[in-house]
Unconditional design. Structure first.
Length: 109
């Protein structure tokens, strides 16, 4: 019986992860709209993406607003920095560590 309940819970969260992805809503907005615990949703989203029955999450096409804060003189920069809407700032991005950015942003979402 516990196996059936686990399977039902897994299916419940997997369905919600798929619906969230196609909704275009932020994770927080989707959870509020469906009265879901955001922490549990995040946990199950990570599980869904890392297990064999992966959710087919592809980047949605679109535009992102980019704001350049100030001009830095050539040669004085320590790399690219990225400031997220919540104020989080990721600094020192360069061609040497750029590959780490995508998984980092995925973990933050």
């Amino acid at each position: 019986m516990a196996s059936t309940q686990n399977q039902q819970a897994k299916s419940f969260w997997l369905d919600h992860v798929e619906q969230w992805h196609s909704s275009g809503l932020s994770q927080a907005a989707y959870c509020r709209q469906h009265d879901l615990c955001q922490q549990k949703f995040s946990c199950h989203k990570r599980k869904a993406i890392t297990v064999d029955d992966k959710v087919n999450i592809v980047p949605s096409p679109g535009f992102a607003r980019v704001q350049v804060d100030s001009f830095i003189a050539a040669g004085s920069s320590t790399g690219l920095s990225l400031r997220l809407i919540d104020g989080t700032c990721i600094e020192g991005i360069s061609e040497h560590n750029l590959i780490l950015l995508k998984p980092l942003l995925a973990a933050l979402s």
